[in-house]
Design a protein around this ligand. Structure first.
Ligand code: C5P
Length: 402
């Protein structure tokens, strides 16, 4: 690492990997900006990237040879040397295939081999068709990479090369550069030593094979857990059913039903968290009785199923932890502020975060628009943000408030 990269983010040594995407041409602009501000950039082009942009463009911009061949006889161990002498590895644009390779640890070309050998911070800026980006495989790979500390610059929404609107456009250059700078900043430390987070949906069984649930994935709660842990807090995460991976170092209690989350919450009281953040989309009701056998098609009319309320977990935590700062979440489709502040008062919370979930917004790997209202009347509108960025800014705001 160059001595002043951390201190001022000046003159960084960056290895920029470019993959085969229509957006590869935008990497030329990125290199140009980085070079103009004084960074040293070495470019690795994949074979497919060279179908879109010629190595000469990058060689001219960086005034350095462009690397692309793992089997270059002139430069042995190039994959190791490139990342050893750099401060940061950036891959922009990163294709679905490259993201999958990195998540799995596959190394079959110079860029993926260098990435596997890299112990420096890594920034990925994905670019692809929206169906590919939203595919569960791509999302799982991105979640795996995030779990390892890779910073992902979320793609934007807009006009795609397929002549359709969608998510998957390479992020704007300014956003990539902001992430590059952030990647070398020391992670802020938190004053909070213990944080309790609830996340994910719950499942309330009707019979041995059916259940009532909702569209929550736990992504926001997991992102908050990650950020709090990275900043040095001891984090306990009560997590409903989700396929998203949880970063190492977080104390996870996996639950399925609201009753199990309630039990886990009661057990967490002795953990004495200073901050409780209830992001979980807990079912409000459960069937009074669970059929011992699979309910048969013709026989049962489902309005015969009687529902009873579940335990209110965040309310229970509020009552059991009077000194903790307790934050609830409210997913609303109308009159957001009225409903949210009503919940804030009813549950005696210190703050409530309102998410607008009209038209399927708010669930899964999407940009989220959150507003936090504090019990003292203050509020902060975070605007539309990727969930990871929201988690960082939200914790900053909470720390100021607590
Ligand atoms: O009352 P409502 O479900 O809208 O309130 C949302 C907030 O309450 C969220 O923070 C959610 O995690 C929490 N909650 C809970 N237990 C329940 C229902 C909601 O902790 N049974």
């Amino acid at each position: 690492m160059s001595p002043y990269a951390h201190a001022q983010n000046k003159h960084m040594r960056i290895v920029l990997g470019v993959c085969g995407s229509v957006a590869a041409y935008k990497a030329c602009g990125l290199v140009s900006t980085l070079v103009q501000r004084g960074d040293e950039v070495e470019v690795i082009l994949t074979a497919d990237a060279q179908r879109f942009v010629a190595p000469l463009s990058f060689a001219a911009l960086t005034r350095r040879p462009v690397a692309s061949d793992l089997w270059d006889q002139q430069v042995a161990l190039q994959h190791i040397d490139l990342v050893r002498r750099a401060d940061l590895l950036v891959i922009a644009p990163a294709t679905a295939h490259m993201i999958a390779k990195l998540a799995l640890g596959l190394a079959d070309d110079l860029l993926s081999t260098a990435a596997l050998a890299a112990t420096i911070p890594m920034v990925l800026a994905p670019a692809m068709n929206s169906a590919m980006y939203e595919h569960p495989a791509t999302q799982a790979h991105l979640a795996t990479l995030r779990g390892r500390g890779v910073r992902i610059v979320e793609p934007g929404s807009g006009f795609l090369a397929e002549r359709e609107q969608g998510v998957g456009r390479l992020a704007e250059q300014a956003d990539i550069i902001q992430m590059i700078d952030a990647a070398l900043q020391p992670v802020p430390t938190t004053r909070l030593s213990r944080v309790l987070i609830t996340a994910g949906p719950t499942r309330e069984p009707l019979d041995p094979v059916r259940f009532i649930s909702n569209a929550a994935t736990g992504e926001t709660g997991i992102a908050l857990a990650r950020v709090a842990k990275e900043r040095g807090a001891h984090v306990r995460l009560l997590l409903g059913p989700t396929s998203l991976p949880v970063p190492a170092g977080i104390d996870v209690v996996r639950v399925t039903t609201a009753a199990q989350m309630w039990d886990a919450a009661l057990s967490a009281v002795e953990f004495a968290p200073e901050l409780v953040v209830a992001t979980a989309a807990v079912a409000d009701h459960r069937p009074r009785e669970i059929s011992a056998h699979k309910l048969k098609k013709g026989r049962d009319s489902f309005d015969l199923v009687e529902f009873v309320p579940t335990e209110d977990i965040v309310l229970g935590l509020r009552q059991a932890l009077p000194d903790a700062f307790v934050v609830g979440f409210a997913a609303e489709t109308e009159e957001h502020q009225i409903h949210a502040t009503r919940k804030l008062v009813a549950k005696n919370l210190d703050a409530i975060v309102v998410n607008d979930v009209r038209d399927g917004r708010g669930f899964g790997p999407v940009v989220n628009h959150a507003v936090v209202h504090f019990a003292d009347g203050a509020s902060v509108d975070f605007g539309p943000l990727p969930k990871m960025t929201f988690a960082q800014r939200f914790l900053d705001v909470l720390e100021e408030h607590i």
